[in-house]
Design a protein around this ligand. Structure first.
Ligand code: AMP
Length: 271
C-alpha cells in the first residue's frame, strides 16, 4: 500500500485518506464517497488502534471483520487499503505520543483519559505514512474532528481536514460500529440520543439561547429513557469545545455500551 501511495505522490495524483477502525457501516462509506469525489485516488485505513482505548474499554471485543471490510471498500472503489499490524505501527519501545492541549481535555477527553493522545498519535502516523492531500472524518465524532483540525493546523501537516455529516438510521440513531453491542430493547432505547438533539434543536429554532435551558432539555430527554444513563449533555463551541457555543454534545451509557452523538443547533435537525 505504501509503495502505491508513494507512486501516486510522484505522479502528482491527489490522495484522499479515510481513517477507520474497520467494522464498516454506511457512515464510513459516506467518507469514502466524499474522498472519491474530491481526489484522484482514495486510501482507506482499517486499524483498531490499541492506544486510543483506555483500560477496561472495549479494545478486545471491538468488532473485527477484515474480509467484509475489504469487500465493502472494494465495492466503494477504494484504491488501496492500509491495514498495518499493531506491532508494525507501535514497535517495542515506541514512546512518542501526540498530545493536543485545550480542545482534547473536556468531555470525551475527561471521560476517556489518554483517548485523544491515542487518536493524535495514530492520525499523525497515518498522515506521515500516506501523505494524503485530504483526510476525511465524520461529524459523528465532533470532538475528534476539533482535535484533528487543531493538530493538522498546528504542526503544518499540509493535510486538509474534511468533515462529513453524520449518517443516521431511519429512526435517527447515528450509525456506529458499537451499535452492534446493543440488544433489541437497548437499540430501541438508544433513539433517546437523537430525540434529545431534536428537542434541543427545536428549542434553539424557537429562539432559546440559554445554555442551561438547552442542557436541561437534552438531559431531561435522556433521563426519560429508563435504560439510558447520562454521562454528559453540554452545549459547546465546535472548534474549542469551551462552553457556550451552539454544538450540543451527548454521551450516554446504555447497559455497558457507551454512545455519543452531537448536533449543531444552528442547523435544522435532520428528520
Ligand atoms: P471509527 O471506525 O469509528 O473510528 O470511525 C472512522 C470514521 O468514520 C471517523 O471519522 C468517524 O467519525 C466516522 N464515522 C463514524 N460513524 C459515522 C456516521 N454515523 N456518519 C458519518 N461518519 C461516521
Amino acid at each position: 500500500m505504501l509503495e502505491a501511495s508513494r507512486r501516486w505522490r510522484l505522479e502528482r495524483r491527489s490522495i484522499g485518506l479515510v481513517p477507520t477502525m474497520g467494522a464498516l457501516h454506511a457512515g464510513h462509506l459516506s467518507l469514502v464517497d466524499a474522498a472519491r469525489r474530491e481526489n484522484d485516488v482514495v486510501v482507506a485505513s482499517a486499524f483498531v488502534n490499541p492506544i486510543q482505548f483506555g483500560p477496561g474499554e472495549d479494545f478486545e471485543r471491538y468488532p473485527r471483520d477484515p474480509e467484509r471490510d475489504a469487500a465493502l471498500f472494494a465495492q466503494a472503489e477504494v484504491d488501496a487499503i492500509y491495514r498495518p499490524a499493531t506491532d508494525a505501527m507501535y514497535s517495542s519501545g515506541a514512546s512518542t505520543r501526540v498530545h493536543v492541549t485545550g480542545v482534547s481535555e473536556p468531555l470525551e477527553g475527561a471521560a476517556r483519559p489518554g483517548h485523544f493522545e491515542g487518536v493524535g498519535t495514530v492520525v499523525t502516523k497515518l498522515f506521515a505514512a500516506v501523505e494524503p492531500d485530504r483526510a476525511y472524518f465524520g461529524q459523528k465524532d465532533a470532538q475528534q474532528v476539533a482535535v484533528v483540525k487543531r493538530l493538522a493546523a498546528d504542526i503544518d501537516l499540509g493535510v486538509e481536514i474534511r468533515v462529513c455529516p453524520t449518517v443516521r438510521e431511519a429512526d435517527g440513531l447515528a450509525l456506529s460500529s458499537r451499535n452492534a453491542y446493543l440488544d433489541a430493547a437497548e437499540r430501541r432505547a438508544a433513539v433517546c440520543l437523537s430525540r434529545a438533539l431534536g428537542l434541543a434543536a427545536e428549542a434553539y429554532g424557537r429562539g432559546e439561547r440559554n445554555p442551561a435551558r438547552l442542557q436541561a432539555i437534552l438531559s431531561e430527554a435522556i433521563e426519560a429513557e429508563p435504560l439510558a444513563r447520562l454521562e454528559y449533555a453540554e452545549v459547546v463551541d465546535p472548534a474549542t469545545f469551551a462552553a457556550g457555543g451552539s454544538l450540543a454534545v451527548l454521551a450516554i451509557l446504555i447497559g455497558k455500551t457507551r454512545l455519543i452523538d452531537n448536533h449543531d443547533l444552528k442547523l435544522p435537525y435532520p428528520g
